[in-house]
Design a protein around this ligand. Sequence first.
Ligand code: FES
Length: 175
Amino acid sequence: MASLGFNLGFTFSSAQIQQHRKVSGGGRVRVISCNSSSSSSSSSQASSPQGISAATPPEIELEFFGPKPGSDGSYPVDKAKAVSGEKLLRSIMQDTKIELYAAYGKVMNCGGGGSCGTCIVEILDGRDLLNERTDTENRYLKKKPESWRLACQTIVGNKENSGKVVVQRIPQWKK
Ligand code: FES
């Protein structure tokens, strides 16, 4: 049986696959593998005997707005993707070289231990895709807006959800 694998953050149901076969005349199904980040990761994904990549974990898309507008007046945007529920926001930003800290935090941060309060971000959209604020955050962000989080305490996704999270970097510069 030929296989059909997609890595677009979703999978097809068997009904959809059947429909695809009908549309393609019931002949051979071509193996299609789509991966926007790297081709090497597709080889590590398991496929079912029917070729449906049921093991593809859900992903969270992230957008990061810079704290200051560029010369054209628009805010710079960085993008990243993460497997749902696997990483802290701080780790994702470090892995993708997206600046998290303001000047003081760059040299004085606690390394993600939850004891400095310098890894502040604002979640502009997608708060429901993250864990609840921790006690550490409630302590450091007591008088800050509900949308502010500490990136080292923020888990992106819950292993089952997917969607988009929009983050404002260094929100304290905007207030
Ligand atoms: S890095 Fe220190 S509290 Fe997050």
